[in-house]
Design a binder for this molecule. Structure first.
Ligand code: IMP
Ligand code: MG
Length: 189
């Protein structure tokens, strides 16, 4: 699996240090508040598990399954709720936990949906923001908490997949081009 990686962009140590900082910031900001960490599956699974353990507050963890990507590496622009949240978020403070903001379409759709359920507050914590070459083709989403910015390349690891593989790599990396050519799907960008 590691042989498929061309370059490591963010090491395991750097991720863990940053997740601890994000957890400390959330701990400061939500002290005394009724907090719900809402992970967007499957990409945020690993990040959510690590982040939650760095927040030293009582909180509820819930998840929502949203699909905007098939096995390809480009956004379809269509977001489907495959599994909704179980918690009621009315009057509660919600932090959405996301793996990466690329076009922002997934989050825009989810934010619209969740706002109709009257949370006391709704903010985004994303591990990665992709610095897009063509930002005008996406939605500007303001994330209150951002782990790292990454270049406009397709990244895998720490929850992020290519064709459902590589989520269990403990670091963030870029795949070798031949991995895409042997599996058929062309990476975009
Ligand atoms: P967006 O709607 O374009 O912002 O993309 C949202 C979802 O696409 C993310 O939550 C990821 O699951 C997936 N995604 C976007 N860019 C990448 C990437 O570089 N690697 C792996 N998954 C990605
Ligand atoms: Mg995702």
């Amino acid at each position: 699996m590691r042989d498929d990686i061309e370059e490591t962009l963010i090491s395991e140590q750097a991720i863990q240090a940053r997740v601890a900082e994000l957890g400390a910031a959330i701990t400061r900001d939500y002290a005394g508040k009724d907090l719900v960490l809402l992970g967007i599956l499957r990409g945020s699974l690993i990040f959510l598990a690590d982040l939650a353990r760095q927040v030293a507050l009582p909180l509820e963890i819930d998840t929502i399954v949203a699909a905007s990507y098939g096995d390809e590496t480009h956004s379809s622009g269509v977001v489907k709720i495959v599994k909704d949240i179980e918690a009621s978020i009315e009057g509660r403070h919600v932090v959405i936990v996301e793996d990466i903001i690329d076009t922002g379409l997934t989050l825009r759709n989810l934010l619209e949906l969740l706002r109709t359920r009257s949370p006391a507050s709704l903010r985004v914590c994303t591990l990665l923001v992709k610095d897009r070459v063509f930002p005008e083709q996406g939605e500007r989403i303001e994330a209150a908490y951002v782990g790292f910015h990454v270049p406009d390349r397709f990244v895998v690891g720490y929850g992020l997949d290519y064709a459902q593989r590589y989520r269990n790599l403990p670091f963030i990396g870029v795949l070798k081009p031949e991995v895409y050519t042997t599996t058929g799907a062309a990476p975009t960008p």
